[in-house]
Design a protein around this ligand. Sequence first.
Ligand code: ZN
Length: 303
Amino acid sequence: MEPRLAALRTGIDLGGTKIELIVLDEAGREIMRRRVPTPQGDYPATLDAIQGLVEKAEAELGVGTSVGFGTPGAISKASGLLKNANSTCLNGQPLSLDLETRLGRPLRIANDADCFALSEATDGAAADAGVVFGVILGTGVGAGIIVNGRPLSGPNAIAGEWGHNPLPWPQDDERPGPACHCGRQGCIETFLSGPGLSRSHFDACGHSLTAVEIVALAEKGDAACEQSLQVYEDRLARALAHVINLLDPDIIVLGGGLSNCQRLYANVPRLWGRYVFSDRVDTQLVPPKFGDSSGVRGAAWLW
Ligand SMILES: [Zn+2]
């Protein structure tokens, strides 16, 4: 039985270190935010923590809410079990069903990259765009696809998982590419994640720096860091050109730690024209409006 559409929307973002809750009013304004540490390696304790957050929030507000949930993996449509989560104690668990039972209502669950993309497509940097590709460039690389305001969700629940496609138009020194945790080599994630940029910089010049340090030093004129960022920009342009050829999105929004690197928004669109199969490219590349809050906001917007 479908519940009456609740006026207040709760979003939950389950991360590796924290579980965050947000409540939005009818207009999308944030009226409550809470966070608790994620119980490490303990599935029942994770369920307890989520249930506790929702029940406490609703007791304070004095009203029930709709609950949307962003997970680090995806719920298999065939089995109902979670897969592809980096918090591995969650994989193989009926997360959605268990939470519905505990909270006594239907939930909507989506991948955290889908939630990011949905937030930006609803009232963020890509508000009202028809087709949005929302990319996370963080410790991993993932993406969500929003079409006319709703997440694209296929039979395998993996739409947008282009981080585990091979880096397109590879150069000789990019083949076969670094080993990826998915078991393959040369995935886009191994080049475009924060650790991927860091590793690539180390391979080029022997200096061990984080992605944040590389971006900051390039700004100060460090030649090796500048070179590493130029290589990164060309790889990102190739990876996104692949997406543009396949999906032709109106807007691509970047999220995750590397979305703070402002030069990407000017430099990457200057490069991707070499790879896109079109005489001109009108797709926009933009920074996120809500930054780190997008995942939890998008979870609330699932209803
Ligand atoms: Zn991979």
